[in-house]
Design a protein around this ligand. Structure first.
Ligand code: SF4
Length: 310
């Protein structure tokens, strides 16, 4: 795997930072189109509690930049539309919003979190147009390749929908980052490694991956279940070892965009160790230290697809 910071420096010449933004979209798994309760682990914020929500686009971007600039003097950013399904909405409205975003000088990449069943032809055409201006990353929430678990977490689509949506995006030349969750109830370590094997078998394999420990949150179906009848959760050591095994399965060119969760502290029920971010990062970095390959080395491999700078 490639470290995200190495990848960004190699491709963009500098570290660029994510701005969490809201597109105003909802999700077919919440609005009744597929179902109304949402995935069992998903909180009301649609997995995007930190997104700037108010004001016009410029104001939201400046608000998000102000937060980042408390830590860095970054000049260019990834516009990350995180909450809910950001390709689920009126294509004309989304076109206006994303075109305005991607044309800004301070935006290097447009990153859209969504579902693989929210990629109709009009949206695919929009993504291709945007990707012709600057790199577009589509972040697909797979969580698991196991059909049994997918049903249990009410993901609302079978694996072949992911496979088709993923193929359409790759055919259009769009970067795809896949989100997976480790520690879902009922999943064995072998199930989690199977998900990694499934991703490694895709042709081409994903450009990036976000791996997250299951966080049981207040106000979710999973949280309610856990409070009534707690189920076992992975320890930090088990989680780190599993991420390490996944790193060994994925192709070297896959960029690791996230290796821990970033859920809202106030909503967290368990596991408690997720709250100690510094300890989690130190443990993960120790465990994964020999899993990363330099970007140049991974890029030299024949299967590597290099991205153009924005
Ligand atoms: S698809 Fe995403 S936003 Fe929709 S309910 Fe599931 S996790 Fe939440």
């Amino acid at each position: 795997m490639i470290r995200l910071s190495d990848y960004l420096k190699a491709v963009f010449g500098e570290k660029i930072y994510r701005l969490s933004l809201s597109s105003g979209c909802t999700c077919p798994n919440r609005d009744g189109t597929i179902m109304s309760g949402g995935c069992t682990f998903c909180s009301e914020g649609g997995s995007g509690e930190f997104a700037a929500q108010t004001g016009d686009l410029s104001e939201r971007i400046e608000e998000a930049k102000a937060r980042i600039r408390q830590k860095t003097d970054a000049k260019r950013f990834i516009a990350y539309f995180q909450s809910y399904s950001n390709t689920y909405g009126d294509p004309d409205r989304l076109r206006a919003l994303y075109m305005e975003t991607i044309r800004r000088e301070d935006i290097a990449v447009l990153s859209l979190a969504t579902r693989p069943d929210c990629l109709p032809p009009g949206i695919m055409a929009l993504l291709a147009d945007l990707n012709a201006i600057k790199p577009v990353w589509v972040e697909l929430g797979l969580q698991t390749s196991c059909e049994r678990t997918a049903e249990a977490i009410r993901r609302g689509y079978p694996l072949d929908v992911f496979t088709k949506g993923y193929a359409a995006l790759k055919q259009a030349g769009i970067g795809v980052i896949v989100h997976i969750i480790l520690g879902l109830p009922g999943e064995s370590r072998e199930d989690m490694l199977s998900t990694a094997r499934y991703l490694a078998s895709l042709d081409p394999p994903p450009d990036g991956i976000k791996i997250q420990m299951l966080q049981v949150l207040k106000g979710t179906a999973l949280g309610d279940r856990y409070l009534k009848d707690p189920f076992p959760l992975m320890t930090l050591g088990e989680y780190a070892a599993c991420v390490r095994d996944i790193a060994g399965i994925l192709p070297p060119r896959t960029v690791l965009h996230r290796m821990t969760g970033d859920g809202p502290r106030a909503l967290l029920i368990a596991p408690e160790w997720c709250l100690h971010k510094k300890n989690v990062l130190n443990t993960m970095n120790r465990c994964l230290q020999d899993c990363f390959v330099p970007y140049e080395l991974a890029s030299a491999r024949p299967e590597t697809v290099t991205r153009r700078p924005g």
